[in-house]
Structure formats: structure tokens, C-alpha cells
Write a protein that binds this ligand. Sequence first.
Ligand SMILES: *Cc1c(COP(=O)(O)O)cnc(C)c1O
Length: 374
Amino acid sequence: MPSLDDFARQKLSTLEQAHLRRTLVPTGRLGDLYVERNGRRLLSFSCNDYLGLAHHPALKAAAIAAIERHGVGAGASRLVTGDHPLYGELELSLARLKGTDAACVFGSGYLANAGITPALVGRGDLILIDELAQSSLWTGARLSRAEVLAFRHNDAGHVAGLLKQHRASHPRALIVTESVFSMDGDCAPLAKLARLASGADAWLMVDDAHDLDFAAGADVPLRIGTLSKAFGGYGGYLCASQPVIDLVRNRARTLVYSTGLPPATVAAAIAALDLIEREPGRLKLPLAKARLFTRAAGLPEATSAIVPVVIGQAAAALAASKLLDAEGYLAVAIRPPTVPEGTARLRLSFSAAHPDAEIERLGDIVRTRILRNA
Ligand SMILES: *Cc1c(COP(=O)(O)O)cnc(C)c1O
């Protein structure tokens, strides 16, 4: 179809001109820290494997044992025959970790977010969502057909104003945010949002994908997370009360109409949770490493394992990434539409396993050769 190919070429060329075209780069992960890309071995500051669990021997052994016992695929949706026995154990552990009655595991964090919101609110209802919320949260909000209003990033005052103005004219209201923002590393004012939500009979839904503080205190009835970052594997989940979990299992289309996770993936997640319960000290390391970096780079103190080095223009962010590549570091440039126009950046993520000397050297390079020119 010439018109189809022409369309694709034209779109790509527009992206190319704006330095926004993306390509897949085959990347082999060589253990916890190093990757192989374009024939080079680089120390990665772009993986979300915060606890270095993706290559952990206990997780690998659990996954291999599950394959031997249960095979490689779930065979059907969880509601048909795909609910293999490991799921129940994982959901119990997740609920215990987050201090909720129950949990429901999805195929991925994206699928969880795309499915949960439309299961809870619909046409005529109200969604207030942080303007910087991750794409999957926006997908869920839009699919629900509710009225969607964005609030200014982390601005609880704006949420209060929107509730005052719009809450009464909608039967149900959902407030959607992230506990730790994926591209900025800053934290939502959860205690304030929880108070506003309960005062207005609105439901607070928080995506904890990058939150390593599993004991998080605020009163949040809907906690979403991923098994693909700190847990080192793959999958998504919701922790909530038993009735909410039962409803989501009935109504979330991304759960009902999609095949269950492979048994090995569920087994690896169980092993990850076990490890975290036995060695909770690991959870504090990524933030400590991020703070070591922000001190060395002369940046404001890190508030999570994610540190944005905001450059501005996409081309400049690509150049900064290339400079670090030449020094042996992988820091992928993040460009619009993942981040707002004019805020292209290096988004660095710190792992429990990063050596301090490398972090300090990276901080030095960022301070003297990237931020000075930005
Ligand atoms: C990564 C991410 C997701 C998606 O999770 P996957 O398991 O990778 O699909 C959802 N929400 C946020 C905030 C994320 O950063």
C-alpha cells in the first residue's frame, strides 16, 4: 500500500527533523550493572532494576523450577485456566507487603493501569490526574470515558480547587497520581491528597512503580505497582480491599481478556518478595546511591532512586548521552513526548549495586562537562 508507506515515512521524517525519532538498540544485560550495546560494555544508569534482582541466583532458580513443573505458558486467561497455583501465593505476599486485604496481579504495570481505572469509573464520573502521570495512567483514564481533568504537578491546592468546583456534579471521583514520579524522581504529597480525597469522598489511586518504601504510610485505598522494576522481573499488580479486588477481577478487561503471566515470571516475583522480606536493608541503598550522585554533581539532594539531569533541547540531551557513552556510561536521553517539550533529559536511576567510585566519577563528569554547558 503506497499511501500507508508514504504516511509512515512522512511521520518518521518529521520526528527525525525534531531529533525525536527513536530506534531500538539491542542491549544485552551483563549481570546487575553492565550492558553491552553497539559492541561496547557500559555501566548502566538507565535500568530500573533498583535492587539488582534481575540476575539474582534465587530468582533464576525459582523461575527455572517453575518452568520444569508448570511449563512456559499459562495457557489461557486467569479466569479460564491460566490461574496457576503460584498466583495465589504471590498475591498473598503482595497484600502482606502493602498491608492490604488482597491483591490482583496483571500482565504488566501498563495493563494494570489500562484496566483498573475503567473498571472503577465511567461516563459521567470525574478523574483528577497529575499532569505528569505516566502514559499508562492516562490510557486508563481516557479508556474509562469519565471526565478527565489534569491537575498541576504535585499541587494539592489545585486538587482541592478542582474538587470544590467539579466533585458535586459527578457521582464518583478518582484522584490519580504516582508516589515517586518516573521521570523526575520527586514524590507526591500523599498525606495531603489522602485527606482531600477522604473529605470529598473521592478515591485515591497511587502508582508505586518506582517507590521502594513499601511501608508507605498514607491512607491510599488503591495501590498499583509493577513487578518489572525493583522486583527484577515482569508483571503488574493492584493492592486493595477484598471487594475492590473481586470487582477488578470481574471487570478489568486487560485481566479478563489477556493470558496469565508465564509461571516462571510469577515464581521469580515470589522469590523477589521473599528476598526483600528477609533483607529489607537493600531497599535503602538506591536512595543513598542517588544522594551520593547529587552531592558529586552539585544537584539538589535526591528524593528517590531517580535523578533527572534536565538538559532542555532533545539534540543537546542526545549529545550529553553520547558524551557519557564515550566515558563508559549508559544514560539514555529521554525526550518528548515522554517528558514535556523543552525538558529533554538524562534520567539516571541508581541501583543498590552501583559502586560508589563510579557514581562519584559520573557526578563529576555531569557537573563539569554537561551541566556547565547546559
Ligand atoms: C514503568 C511504569 C509503568 C508500567 O509498568 P510495566 O510493568 O513496565 O508495564 C506504570 N507506571 C509507571 C509510573 C511506570 O514507571
